[in-house]
Ligand binder design. Structure first.
Ligand SMILES: [Zn+2]
Length: 308
């Protein structure tokens, strides 16, 4: 995967809080996180958080978004000066993420406009350790997530390393694109009102699983259009996506399925009654559906009788 060296980046879509506060200071509200938490569901905050790997490390007490100003100031100045063009995205990890966020939102902006709707551009916030959000406090152990209450994607970028070290996935910018596009898929669901359809929150055919698989499918839809979606500067940010990139993303999807996580990072037993995100095979299937069709309408996991 390669970015167009000359395309412009828009750092206004990313908020950097890593420079202040340090690893989650003052996050008294954090509960139930820490090593080995995978496989244990953060039931309390189930509904408000939709993240990539599971609902872990999330506290149940919603905090107001006054986190900004209490040790988590946004200072995106360094990003703004470092990440100007696709060339920066090709060479600097932070800028890669900026470019991916731009690309994903560029696609949805166009797609919404084509269907007579208005897409709302929302930020991705970088944090380290822990973060206060409109949905409560969360630690990095939760993995990246989207908070509907403040319409923000949150990510501790160390997750990308963890995908490789803990989950054994291959890394790479397109894998990061899959992760971010999945989270923005939840934002799309929020804008479309899909989240309100979630009534059953656990189990192999639960609404939660359908919501997550649809976010995977939406990620694939973005991938289908990524090289043809013009962003702010009028040209596509992404020049090419290789078969190897797609294979890497499918590999990542296969390592964050509920069955894989339960088997390898949890109790060792697969218990489908606790599924929240779908199996590895299902996640691969719906991501592939998105990539192959490029059509969000084909991501109707709520209407599907067979999830795969
Ligand atoms: Zn999710």
């Amino acid at each position: 995967m390669e970015f167009d060296d000359n395309a412009q980046l828009d750092t206004s879509q990313v908020e950097d809080t890593r420079g202040y506060g340090g690893g989650g200071m003052g996050l008294g509200g954090l509960v139930g996180w820490g090593g080995g938490g995978l496989g244990i569901l953060g039931l309390i905050a189930y509904f408000v958080f939709t993240n990539l790997v599971g609902h872990h490390g999330v506290s149940g007490s919603p905090l107001s978004l006054d986190g900004v100003g209490s040790g988590q100031q946004v200072d995106s100045g360094q990003l703004a000066s470092e990440c100007r063009t696709g060339k920066d995205a090709n060479t600097k990890p932070d800028c890669t993420v900026v470019a991916l966020v731009n690309s994903v939102q560029g696609y949805w902006k166009d797609q919404f406009a084509r269907s007579g709707r208005t897409y709302k551009v929302v930020p991705t916030r970088f944090f380290r350790g822990g973060v206060r959000t409109g949905c409560g406090g969360a630690s990095s152990a939760a993995g990246p997530f989207y908070c509907p209450a403040d319409q923000t994607v949150y990510i501790d970028l160390s997750f990308f390393k963890e995908l490789q070290t803990k989950f054994g996935a291959q890394g790479g910018p397109f894998v990061e694109g899959y992760v971010l596009a999945h989270e923005y898929g939840h934002h799309v669901q929020n804008l479309l009102g899909t989240e309100s359809r979630v009534r059953t929150r656990q189990g192999p055919t639960s609404d939660s699983v359908r919501l997550e698989l649809q976010a995977d499918c939406y990620a694939g839809v973005w991938a289908n259009h990524a090289t043809s979606t013009p962003t702010a500067s009028g040209q596509p940010l992404i020049r090419n996506i290789s078969q190897q990139d797609i294979a890497s993303a499918l590999d990542a999807a296969s390592r964050i399925g509920d069955d894989f996580i339960q088997r390898n990072l949890g109790s060792g037993q697969v218990n489908s009654s606790q599924f929240t995100h779908g199996t590895s095979a299902q996640r691969e299937k719906w991501f592939t559906t998105g990539i192959q069709t490029g059509d969000p309408a084909r991501c109707d996991t709520f209407g599907a009788t067979n999830l795969g």
